[in-house]
Design a protein around this ligand. Structure first.
Ligand SMILES: C[S@@+](CC[C@H](N)C(=O)[O-])C[C@H]1O[C@@H](n2cnc3c(N)ncnc32)[C@H](O)[C@@H]1O
Length: 260
């Protein structure tokens, strides 16, 4: 995997979130957002894959909604995060998962057209090769299946954030802490200014602090406008059925595509 030495440790952040911050209430908030994204989609007995399962909330929600689920992620620390999540919310069984990259061609080749629902929230822009990750994600979708993803929106500040994230990941631990202390209040006030809502009431059951760490550190980082995404995924034989624009300008746009 290229840029490995500059890669953000997502798994450690998800481990800390699932251990210290996740509650049953937060899980319910996540599930409500997930159900809204999946609105009108029959999950019962559907083959569902979550690319970049992270803390496992989507994987567990899909399982509870009746799907046959499997998750992949490149970060081994996310296995512990998934287990923490299961323990916190009282799962009957840990969803199937494996450590594997969406950029792994042999995985994609042996699983192509296998999944009714391919879901990947906030992941493909962190792979180091978003174009290939999108291509590989689409290849997993079965006939008449769905490709559901969220991708960071393109904004004038996106190239600046790219440098900040790179710098963060090249810095030693104490400097990383200073980055977070510096950006925490800035992001807090920016969120209030844009949304006019309590920034601590996070979408998807998330936690403001761990989201700041994820945002400042999340590297590799790529982004795309809504139109770029529509053009790219449509050219692979998919039709958009829903687009939810990001709440903040550099946030994630959500897309639901159907394979034609
Ligand atoms: C921002 S987190 C999103 C986690 C989760 N999907 C969510 O919605 O909260 C990004 C995740 O993508 C994973 N990831 C990064 N590159 C990947 C790759 N090439 N293949 C699979 N997962 C990857 C990271 O390890 C991390 O867990």
């Amino acid at each position: 995997m290229r840029n490995n030495h500059k890669r953000f440790a997502f798994g450690k952040n998800w481990q800390a979130f699932s251990e210290r911050s996740l509650t049953k209430e937060r899980f319910q908030q996540f599930k409500d957002s997930f159900k809204a994204l999946m609105h009108g989609i029959d999950m019962q007995n559907k083959e569902f894959i979550d690319i970049g399962f992270g803390q496992g909330l989507a994987l567990i929600s899909a399982l509870q909604m009746g799907a046959n689920v499997t998750g992949i992620d490149i970060d081994e620390n996310n296995i512990q995060a998934l287990e923490n999540t299961c323990r916190k919310i009282g799962c009957h069984k840990t969803p199937e998962h494996r450590i594997c990259s969406i950029l792994n061609d042999s995985f994609v080749e042996s699983n192509k057209h296998q999944f009714d629902i391919v879901h990947s929230w906030g992941v493909l822009h962190h792979t180091g090769n978003m174009s290939k990750a999108l291509e590989n994600g689409c290849r997993l979708v079965a006939k008449d299946g769905l490709f559901i993803c969220s991708i960071y929106n393109k904004h004038w500040s996106s190239p600046i954030w790219n440098w900040i994230k790179l710098l963060y990941n090249r810095s030693p631990g104490t400097v990383k802490k200073i980055f977070i202390l510096f950006f925490y209040p800035i992001l807090l006030f920016a969120k209030i200014a844009v949304t006019r809502k309590n920034p601590y009431k996070k979408e998807r059951g998330m936690d403001f602090y761990y989201d700041v760490v994820d945002w400042v550190g999340g590297y590799p980082y790529e982004y795309a406008s809504i139109n770029d995404m529509l053009r790219t995924v449509q050219s692979k034989g998919f039709r958009p059925i829903r687009v939810n624009p990001a709440i903040v300008p550099t946030g994630c746009n959500e897309f639901v595509f159907k394979k034609e």
